[in-house]
Design a protein around this ligand. Structure first.
Ligand code: ADP
Length: 354
């Protein structure tokens, strides 16, 4: 393994009874990268992260963090990473500072190191105002920030964050993402989410998983370009003298670079159509000139460059339905934990199957 590879999954597979949660997942994350681990619910994100953080044994394949096999030396791996599970492992009856001291003790940090790191954690996670508050009284957003704090307390170079913004309101999400951006400036981060805009804000690269497999892995620009088309929305005045959809379809469809024309629901007095244009095209001037030639009253014209959203939908179609089917089939117990319950180091016995 190259020395700058900090996280490596190689052909990871995992079965829970009849459920194939992971089906040969492989990827690498290099030093300093902030990578979005994207996929719909049930795609296998948490299972992968739980393997990487030594909470779960894979059925097959290997995982290495900081060059160390997760099951050869789990203690060394846990020392090298900070992990924030989907629900932060918090004790709701503790104060924030009391809890961070408790985490430091478990981590075996001595007092001077704790004091030094605590200052950074308070700063990066924005915890100054709530240090003496009881965790149980905090909003979800603040609880996640305390969760981030516990993950950072031993100053790990690698962070594994499992849907850290799930269940947060939009303001809280933005705040937590802002903290993650700051954390990512000098660390390696694997951030799982099904929220594309968070990936666009915080990450340069994404790995998209679907049905337990990696379906895309690359820089966001590269992944976006996979749509292969650019979307245009054109709106013309729908008054009687204006063209019918058939005319619009024939004329716009005749422009060089237009692959498809389809009708959109009418809005106000505008008849809207959607065009799929060639990748990297910009047909706005051609569309405008056509409207002038034809005497159409153009009410709307915009171009949407390739969106991550479109690629994501294409690549992960049908995933959630499959997840529901998988759960029914296996009568799987929920693995999600209550916010008051720290994550345990072993899993329920029905999970493992070789
Ligand atoms: P994601 O994090 O992408 O939502 P998960 O890794 O949680 O996906 O789940 C992947 C699949 O494995 C799902 O079908 C899920 O129901 C199943 N699964 C996850 N954990 C367990 C478990 N402890 N027992 C049984 N099935 C599980």
């Amino acid at each position: 393994m190259a020395t700058d590879v900090m996280i490596e999954a190689e052909s990871l597979s995992k079965r829970f009874g009849n459920v194939r949660a992971l089906d040969g997942i492989s990827f690498q994350v290099k030093k300093g990268e902030v990578v979005g681990f994207l996929g719909p619910n049930g795609a296998g994100k948490s299972t992968t992260m739980r393997i990487l953080t030594c909470f779960l044994a894979p059925t097959g394949g290997t995982a290495r963090v900081n060059g160390i096999d997760v099951f050869e030396d789990p203690l060394a791996v846990r020392g090298a990473i900070g992990y924030l599970p989907q629900r932060a492992p918090l004790y709701t009856d503790m104060g924030v500072l009391e809890y961070l001291k408790f985490v430091a003790e478990i981590r075996g940090l001595d007092a001077p190191v704790f004091r030094k790191n605590l200052g950074k954690v308070i700063d990066v996670c924005g915890l100054a105002q709530v240090l003496n508050a009881n965790i149980g009284t905090l909003s979800h957003g603040y609880r996640q920030r305390v969760g981030l704090g516990q993950a950072l307390l031993h100053d790990p170079q690698i962070l594994i964050l499992d849907e850290p913004t799930a269940d947060l309101d939009p303001n809280e999400k933005a705040e937590v993402i802002r903290h993650i951006q700051q954390i990512g400036e000098d660390r390696t981060v694997l951030l799982s989410t099904h929220n594309l805009s968070e990936v666009e804000q915080a990450c340069a690269r994404a790995i998209i998983v679907s049905k337990g497999k990696v379906v895309a892995d690359g820089q966001l620009e590269e992944i976006r370009s996979r749509t292969g088309s650019v979307r245009y929305v054109v709106g013309v005045d729908e008054k009687a003298s204006e063209p019918s959809f058939k005319e619009l379809e024939a004329s716009l469809g005749g422009l060089k670079g237009v692959k498809r024309v389809s009708a959109l629901p009418q809005e106000d007095s505008a008849q809207l159509v959607e065009l799929a244009g060639d990748q990297d095209s910009d047909l706005r001037a051609d569309i405008f000139r056509l409207a002038v030639d034809k005497g159409w009253t153009l009410l709307e014209l915009h171009r949407e460059s390739q969106s991550l959203d479109a690629v994501f939908r294409d690549l992960t179609q049908g995933d959630e339905a499959l997840d529901r089917g998988r759960k029914t089939e296996a009568s799987a117990p929920s693995k999600k934990q209550s916010s008051a319950e720290p994550e345990k180091s072993s899993d329920s016995s029905n999970e493992e199957q070789s």
